[in-house]
Design a protein around this ligand. Structure first.
Ligand code: FPP
Length: 246
């Protein structure tokens, strides 16, 4: 049994999560199993990312957030970080060409100031070119961490207090949500992590308070298919979301 967290409830109608988060994990192990360099796993992972994004758009998911590079991933060997930056650059160039045909709105979440000027420029262009798209909203988390996101939000709120724009009593959950990268978006209903790691790894710390996690331990991200996504949605459909109630 490769899936943790299946519950026994059944529902007659399939409920589509409005917002799905994916921690794209297992690229390195996928490559190692094949005697290939880790980067081959990341390239295969990037291909899966494209396929799964298009599929989410096709079936009517409204928001998809993928964890592409965390604030902790800079600790990896320089060669891997450099190669990942090259992969992001190639993806962004390709995505800019594809945007004309796709009804997907791309946004980047995280501190983009750490990336090269070239990558930052492509990120801005990708966001601008897709800003009028009405289909899936795709959040690509790059140099993202849930805790740093909260620190930034609190600093921005503190600056408003210093400027006399808000008072400490005005701070509530809505105000904090409104200062996150995902301001204005619904919180993720379902978060999927393949590869057998049962951690949340600093992903959407605030937004995931009531997300349903589906950990799939028999699959690595580069093998993740449309069927696996359907399986995760099916598991989500069998969960009983009570939000602390009964
Ligand atoms: C985690 O697997 C994966 C990453 C840190 C990189 C994810 C990046 C991609 C899938 C590339 C596609 C993204 C874009 C936006 C083009 P891991 O390396 O930690 O795997 P391991 O745990 O098996 O070593």
């Amino acid at each position: 049994m490769g899936i943790i967290g299946r519950s026994k409830n059944t529902k007659a109608e399939r409920l589509l999560p409005e917002h799905i988060g994916i921690i794209m994990d297992g690229n390195g192990r996928w490559a190692k199993k094949r005697g290939m360099p880790r980067m081959a796993g990341h390239r295969a992972g990037a291909q899966r990312f494209r396929v799964i994004t298009r599929y989410c758009n096709k079936i009517g998911i409204k928001y998809l957030t993928v964890y592409a590079f965390s604030t902790e991933n800079w600790k990896r060997p320089k060669e891997e970080v450099d190669a990942l930056m090259g992969l992001f650059f190639d993806y962004l160039e390709e995505a800019l060409r594809d945007f004309r045909e796709e009804n997907i709105r791309t946004r980047f979440i995280g501190d983009r100031s750490a990336f090269s000027d070239k990558i930052q420029a492509l990120m801005g262009e990708a966001e601008e070119l897709s800003s009028d798209k009405t289909g899936l909203v795709l959040n690509i988390a790059m140099n993202y961490g849930g805790k740093p996101e909260l620190v930034t939000a609190f600093r921005n709120i503190a600056a408003k207090i210093s400027a006399g724009e808000v008072s400490p009593e005005d701070i509530d959950e809505q105000m904090i949500s409104d200062h996150l990268y995902t301001a204005g978006q619904p919180e993720p209903d379902l978060i999927i992590r393949p590869s057998g790691e049962y951690r949340t790894s600093n992903f959407m710390v605030w937004q995931s308070a009531y997300s349903e996690y589906v950990f799939m331990d028999n699959i690595l991200w580069p093998d993740f298919s449309e069927k696996d996504l359907e399986k995760a949605i099916d598991i989500y459909n069998h969960r009983n979301r009570r939000y602390g109630g009964v």
